[in-house]
Write a protein that binds this ligand. Structure first.
Ligand SMILES: C[S@@+](CC[C@H](N)C(=O)[O-])C[C@H]1O[C@@H](n2cnc3c(N)ncnc32)[C@H](O)[C@@H]1O
Length: 278
């Protein structure tokens, strides 16, 4: 059990929240909404624990001295937390269609890649549903690769500690099987089970440089990541993703990513799900 007393109750009083608002406004021109205060509280509480900081002032000094730390805070404030099994339609398809189809593979081999995995919720969700759906999963040769270029996010991903609020919506049987509860100060967190952690390999990788994934993948999840690139780079990445999938393999992208606008190598299946056709 972790113990990290005295952090949470001092966090984000009105004047502290105003200071953060001012810093984010000055550096990024973004106005932090009052509605983001609760999720910021969760984020900062966990971040202070990870950095070993005991007071809000120490955290604020860290923000002042580190642009990377400030960018992390802005990311946390502007993107809602990536949540477990977040892309519900996609996880429904993976659970009900894709994995039962792959379960018939006599080689019992599964290769999945979570691109732009951020803090790890998506690859752990994949490990969770694969463990639930594939019969005799212990016998399978499974590689779930998760990549991102943000080494800080990958550190959080490897630790696998998340605020309880992020997993509350999961069915109780998932919670009991795949998480253990933790208390940090007054706050409740969960840590992902070692069995799931062992199924995921995290690698730092820039999508515009060499890729660590070479073997043909059964599926690639690339959510909310293509938006970071201009159109020519998107086309280049989508073509490389096609090369990395086996024929018939699945590509899952964000709602606004129209893969067919960049490549004719995929058959659209609806709901931002594609299948490699050539
Ligand atoms: C909004 S997050 C998406 C998280 C997750 N896929 C989801 O949908 O919840 C986008 C991620 O893409 C990563 N990213 C941005 N540019 C990248 C690049 N050039 N190479 C690798 N990852 C990148 C960011 O670090 C960030 O973690």
């Amino acid at each position: 059990m972790f113990s990290y007393g005295g952090v949470r109750q001092h966090l984000l009083a009105d004047d502290q929240f105003e200071k953060l608002q001012q810093m984010v406004l000055d550096s990024a021109g973004i106005v932090l909404a009052e509605s983001s205060r609760r999720s910021l509280l969760d984020y900062i509480s966990l971040r202070m624990y990870q950095l070993g900081l005991a007071s809000f002032d120490a955290y604020r000094k860290r923000l002042e001295g580190s642009n990377t730390e400030l960018l992390r805070l802005i990311d946390a404030a502007t993107q809602s937390y990536a949540t477990f099994c977040h892309h519900k339609e996609h996880f429904r398809f993976i659970t009900n269609t894709m994995l039962p189809e792959l379960a018939r593979n006599p080689e019992q081999r599964l290769r999945l890649w979570s691109v732009g995995c951020s803090t790890g919720e998506e690859p752990y969700s994949l490990a969770m549903v694969a463990s639930e759906v594939l019969p005799g999963v212990e016998e399978w040769d499974i590689e779930i690769t998760a990549t991102d270029h943000d080494s800080g996010a990958l550190t959080t991903a490897r630790q696998g500690i998340y605020p309880l609020s992020q997993v509350r919506h999961l069915p109780a049987r998932h919670l009991l099987r795949w998480f253990r509860s933790l208390r940090i100060g007054n706050d409740e967190y969960v840590q992902i089970s070692p069995a799931l952690q062992r199924m995921v390999s995290y690698r730092r990788s820039n999508l515009l440089a060499q890729w660590p994934v070479t073997r043909p993948q059964d599926a690639i999840l690339c959510h909310e990541t293509l938006v970071y690139f201009d159109m020519p780079k998107r086309a280049y990445i989508i073509d490389r993703l096609a090369d990395t999938l086996r024929p018939g393999g699945y590509l899952f992208v964000g709602q606004s990513d129209r893969v067919e606008a960049y490549s004719d190598r995929f058959e659209p299946l609806g709901d931002s799900i594609y299948r490699r056709s050539q």
